[in-house]
Design a protein around this ligand. Structure first.
Ligand code: COA
Length: 171
């Protein structure tokens, strides 16, 4: 049975104290998870932003993203196994959707290795489309990567949970 959706989860900037929890989610989510050095290096890169979604005082999911022209590229997105299918991933993407228009951006893009079927189903449910295949770009395994993109138009599928986007943005 599917777990009940969480009401709007606060989404806030990732801070140093979150690193251990984020790395734990990484380890539970990817075959080749980022280590601390990769995560911190990504976050030190100009323009790159890390956010976490909190539930019950714990980090339930996180996302790392960066602007690219009129798009925002999602570099990493994962939800803790115990918090999946409860709307956390959808709300993290909702955060980005809310930020696109005011910043003059029109789309969100991310690449998903072909093996990650769950991620593809998730993206499709959030209104994304596969627009390209990057042959052999999947790192060491050289698997194909599907590039997913979603153009911005207000869409209730990205803000259905709890009636809002779950923003808690200090900026
Ligand atoms: C992909 C991932 C981020 C989804 O996060 P999530 O919080 O569980 O997703 P949501 O609860 O917001 O799901 C939204 C919709 O996506 C679809 N979906 C999500 N997980 C699914 C699954 N395992 N099987 C089928 N559909 C799924 C469903 O349509 C779901 O809506 P529903 O639950 O009302 O049916 C999470 O499974 C994860 O961290 N996976 C490992 C890391 C990864 O693959 N990252 C790449 C992300 S693009």
């Amino acid at each position: 049975m599917k777990a009940e959706c969480l009401a709007a989860v606060p989404v806030r900037w990732m801070i140093r104290d979150d690193v251990a929890a984020v790395l734990s989610i990484e380890g539970a989510s990817f075959d080749r998870p980022w280590g601390a050095a990769e995560l911190l290096s990504a976050l030190r890169t100009e323009g790159v932003v890390g956010v976490v979604a909190e539930s019950g005082g714990c980090v339930a999911g996180f996302m790392v993203y960066a602007p690219r022209g009129r798009a925002i590229d999602v570099l990493r997105l994962a939800v803790a196994p115990g918090a999946r299918r409860r709307g956390v991933g959808r709300q993290l993407l909702g955060r980005l959707a809310a930020r696109l228009a005011p910043a003059g951006r029109t789309r969100i893009a991310l690449g998903v290795p072909e093996r990650l079927l769950t991620a593809q189903l998730f993206l499709r449910a959030c209104g994304f489309r596969a627009i390209a295949i990057e042959r052999g770009e999947g790192g060491e395994t050289r698997e194909d990567v599907y590039v997913f993109e979603r153009a911005w138009t207000p869409d209730p599928r990205l803000s259905a949970v709890g009636g809002g986007l779950g923003m808690d943005d200090p900026s």
